[in-house]
Design a protein around this ligand. Structure first.
Ligand SMILES: O=C(O)CCC(=O)C(=O)O
Length: 291
């Protein structure tokens, strides 16, 4: 092996060619190596400070916490995602609940025939348009984000059929439906829980997806001592593809938030149908808020 190749093998790209006339055991170790080895110098920025001082170990004042690795759920099944004082939070995932062929024509029909519109919400008194289109079906109005969608009993016949199919498979009943249309990857829904008082305690929400796949993300509510800091909370992502049914049950709306984030690559349109049960707002309660 040539001198040059051997240096590259032994020392990688940091190896410097030996200075002329140098004669260490390998042919390139500088003669003052021993005296250099206990002083950190020059390029490391410690000047002439002693290495033993520079690398002194200090016990961290706060316990070191790891950011939990995000879990991905993509197989059909029932998943208990947490057990807490509010109870069990559970997801049921059913990819292919609607076959691709059926889902294709349903998607086109609903895209064309539902009365999609842009809802205006309020945050700290400021109006903003939702970054997606929606429509609502139910005997009662639905209030969230400080704005109300009026009751609408004119169910599209296909939505009635889908509601029955979802009810039969989930053994739940639903009296309302919020439809979301994400026109492309820029459309989204931010972090929230479906926890308005009108949904009742521990609501089951059935979510049916048609169209392009989008990632449905969940993050656990942080403990009170973290003061709303979500850095260390558990996270789950669930890719929701064409024809997939997802059920959120138990304490999921108490203990977790969910979102569909914007994506910065091409995404086609996606429709999401979220079947819910709405109750009259409790007396004296401000609509659209938690109990
Ligand atoms: O589009 C989705 O999958 C989620 C919709 C949603 O979070 C909601 O309607 O509350």
């Amino acid at each position: 092996m040539s001198d040059k190749r051997q240096r590259a093998r032994v020392q990688g790209s940091w190896a410097k060619p030996p200075a002329k006339g140098q004669s260490g055991p390998m042919g390139f170790v500088p003669s003052n190596a021993a005296s250099r080895s206990n002083t950190a110098s020059g390029s490391w920025g410690f000047g002439n400070q002693k290495a033993s001082e520079a690398f002194k170990f200090h016990q961290p004042t706060k316990p070191v916490r790891d950011v939990p690795k995000e879990k991905v759920i993509e197989q059909a099944g029932v998943y208990e995602i947490s057990h807490g004082p509010s109870g069990v939070s559970r997801l049921r995932l059913w990819p292919g609940f609607i076959t691709t062929e059926e889902a294709d024509w349903m998607f086109s029909k609903l895209l064309e025939e539902l009365p999609w519109s842009k809802k205006t919400n309020y945050r700290q008194g400021e109006a903003y348009d939702e970054p997606r289109l929606t429509c609502w079906y139910g005997e009662l109005p639905y209030t969230y984000a400080h704005s109300t969608i009026p009751a609408n009993n004119q169910w599209h016949p296909l939505l009635v059929t889908l509601r029955e199919a979802v009810e039969q498979s989930s053994s739940c009943t639903f009296n309302s439906l919020l439809c979301n249309l994400y026109r492309n990857g820029r459309d989204s829904i931010g972090w929230h829980s479906d926890d308005e008082a009108s949904l009742g305690p521990k609501p089951t929400i059935a979510s049916l997806s048609l169209g392009d796949t989008r990632v449905f993300s969940l993050r656990k509510q942080p403990p009170p001592e973290d003061n709303g800091d979500y850095t260390y909370v558990e996270r789950i992502s669930v890719p929701l593809s064409h024809g997939t049914l997802l059920l959120m049950e138990g304490a999921t709306q108490d203990d977790w938030q969910h979102q569909v984030a914007k994506e910065y690559h091409d995404r086609g349109p996606r429709i999401n149908l979220t079947f819910r049960t709405i109750h009259p707002e409790p007396e004296g309660h401000r609509p659209g808020t938690k109990i």
